[in-house]
Design a protein around this ligand. Structure first.
Ligand SMILES: Cc1ncc(C[n+]2csc(CCOP(=O)(O)OP(=O)(O)O)c2C)c(N)n1
Ligand SMILES: [Mg+2]
Length: 340
């Protein structure tokens, strides 16, 4: 694959994770689990796939990119800053009053084509862009990254129909399939499986990969580039883990909204990242890691199940009462454990 960045995809994904932790920590912002989940997809796209020029942001032939799951805005901000679109230092203003780096993706930043955050719109706009580019004979592609919970939105499927009808082979959707949304597993919220079969039925070329594995993502993306005869839009179902990269955040829905607080949460997250830092990357915040990091104690809220369908941790008594008031809601089995 061609290189479009001074960083490798692994280095860039690491930096996206590190920035995501710092940005949510400094701002008290949310959606860190969603940022960590999509970091590898963003790293591969911005290091090796997307055609762009940070000096000429409205370059006609640039690939278009839409982060439709706009709540993971920190991931695209970090990717853009590390790709030269604006100073890395500005990332610290995320969520602050007056900052261009709003919590959800803002088109006021160079390199962003569409503001997102209200789920379900990115694929429709991307489809329109791909249609227009094709009509104008432009050699550019459109990449849209969606959440899997986002695919509960009907508008996603309307766009899927349109893209198939016009055989938009310049459109690539990548779904961050982490099996979770805000409060629970997708399967307990609104079932979407068999996900691949659904897209196939809508006429799309479907590729399923491990979305935290760079090699698999690259093979999938390369296969689309090489297959010029493909007369269909492509969807890559990227199976990911929400919170990937920080053990105690992985598959714990708490980290959809929670930010890493001072103390063991921040210290353990940063220390784990440091233990897995690729060669040649400098941590812009804690270059030498954290000396004597605080570690969670037994009484700390770590490795507990915070999903709505199982139970809420006792530290959330109000929500717990709500769950108990809903008959049967506590007894439901985890769909993945029960292999539904
Ligand atoms: C139209 C709309 N409804 C609700 C929300 C609130 N919301 C923010 S993130 C989220 C969950 C999204 O889950 P998913 O698409 O799976 O993304 P993930 O965080 O798992 O990557 C929801 C419902 C929203 N942003 N937009
Ligand atoms: Mg999800």
């Amino acid at each position: 694959m061609k290189k479009h960045n001074k960083y490798s995809s692994e280095q860039l994904a690491w930096l996206i994770r590190r920035h995501g932790i710092e940005m949510t920590h400094l701002s008290g912002g949310s959606h860190l689990g969603a940022i960590l989940s999509v970091a590898d997809i963003m790293g591969v796209l911005y290091a090796e796939v997307l055609k762009f020029d940070p000096e000429v942001t409205d370059w006609d032939a640039r690939d278009r990119f839409i982060l439709s799951k706009g709540h993971a805005g920190a991931s695209v901000y970090a990717a853009l800053a590390e790709s030269g679109f604006f100073p890395v230092e500005e990332l610290k203003t995320h969520y602050q009053n007056g900052s261009r780096l709003s919590g959800h993706v803002s088109h006021h930043l160079p390199g962003v084509d569409l503001s997102t955050g209200s789920l379900g719109h990115g694929l429709s706009v991307g489809t329109g862009m791909a249609y227009a580019l094709k009509k104008d004979g432009k050699d550019a592609r459109v990449f849209v990254v969606l959440g899997d919970g986002e695919c509960n939105e009907g508008s996603v499927w309307e766009a899927a129909l349109f893209a198939n009808h016009f055989r938009l082979n310049n459109l690539i959707a990548i779904i961050d399939h982490n099996h979770m949304q805000s409060l629970d597993f997708n399967e307990n919220t609104l079932e979407i499986e068999d996900f691949g079969a659904k897209w196939r039925a809508f006429g799309w070329n479907v590729i399923e990969v491990n979305g935290n594995n760079h090699a698999e993502l690259k093979v999938a993306l390369e296969s689309i580039t090489e297959n010029d005869t493909l007369n269909k839009p492509t969807v890559i179902i990227a199976n990911t883990i929400k919170g990937y990269g920080v053990g105690f955040m992985q598959n714990d829905i708490l980290w959809h909204y929670r930010f890493p607080h001072d103390g063991w949460e921040y210290d353990m997250a940063v220390s784990e990242l440091h233990a897995n830092k690729p060669e040649g990357v400098i941590d812009p915040y804690t270059p030498a890691g954290i000396e004597n990091p605080q570690i969670a104690s037994e009484s700390d809220d770590i490795f507990n199940d915070h999903t709505f369908s199982k139970t809420w941790h006792p530290s959330y008594p109000e929500q717990m009462r709500r769950v108990e008031a809903t008959p049967g809601s506590c007894e439901r089995e985890h769909p993945i454990q029960s292999n539904k």
